[in-house]
Design a protein around this ligand. Structure first.
Ligand SMILES: C[S@@+](CC[C@H](N)C(=O)[O-])C[C@H]1O[C@@H](n2cnc3c(N)ncnc32)[C@H](O)[C@@H]1O
Length: 220
């Protein structure tokens, strides 16, 4: 036992339960807003971290507070933040056109305004960091992640959307029978149950640079 224990946080205990458990990671359920004192006590000390990563969640955060805390825990000047989002899945032309209609029309009223930062592939999200060595900007850099999936897994993915949950709380089932049927027709057209699904991932990365000491009030 022993060795470094890296913190991985989420505000949702349910979300943490789904993570693959790595031996060198400690999984912590944290409040949406943490004071600097809590950050230091529960997550990391000042200038102690090489890399902060954040997957598909940056757009939910209060960015000025989050960035202040990231800059405080990262080692200056070379500590790096890497944040990425992924947009809608891609399968084939036929399925994608039905899926996009569902995403852009049916589910649209239920997305939080912050979702537009994802639709914009994190190009316009505030990202006050310096390019990592060898680059002249903090990108986004795009790559594809591929997964073999069934239609049922696509439905599970849709049910995990915040927009799906919001609609549900308002008494609206986004995956109505007719919607599922339309998606199913498009999915089964080629007779293949499991298909390679591509997710486009958009990554911003940057280093903290030389920062003036951040004034921190740890009393609250
Ligand atoms: C789309 S999920 C992504 C989850 C995970 N990072 C992944 O890539 O699979 C967005 C996550 O952001 C979390 N979240 C929302 N606001 C948060 C906050 N203020 N601090 C930490 N996590 C937050 C939600 O609980 C949710 O699990």
């Amino acid at each position: 036992m022993g060795g470094p224990s890296l913190p991985a946080t989420d505000t949702s205990l349910k979300q943490l339960e789904f993570t693959p458990k790595l031996p060198n990671v400690r999984y912590q359920c944290t409040p949406p807003v943490m004071s600097m004192a809590e950050l230091e006590r529960d997550i990391a000390a000042e200038a102690s971290v090489d890399l902060v990563t954040i997957a598909q969640a940056l757009h939910w955060l209060d960015l000025p507070t989050f960035y202040q805390q990231v800059k405080w825990v990262l080692k200056s000047p070379n500590g790096v933040i890497a944040a990425w989002c992924y947009t809608v899945p891609e399968v084939n032309d036929n399925f994608d056109s039905v899926f996009l209609k569902f995403y852009k029309i049916d589910s649209k009223p239920y997305w939080d305004p912050a979702r537009k930062l994802v639709d914009d592939k994190y190009k316009s999200i505030d990202f006050p960091f310096e390019p990592v060595d060898g680059f002249d900007h903090t990108r986004p850099f795009e790559f594809k992640s591929e997964r073999l999936m069934s239609l049922e897994e696509i439905f599970t993915c849709i049910r995990s959307w915040s927009a799906y949950q919001t609609a549900w709380e308002k008494g609206v089932e986004l995956l109505r029978d007719d919607v599922r049927e339309e998606l199913k027709r498009a999915w089964t057209e080629d007779g293949i149950d499991q298909k390679v699904v591509k997710f486009h991932v958009h990554l911003r990365d940057g280093k903290v640079g030389n920062i003036a000491e951040i004034a921190v009030d740890k009393t609250h």
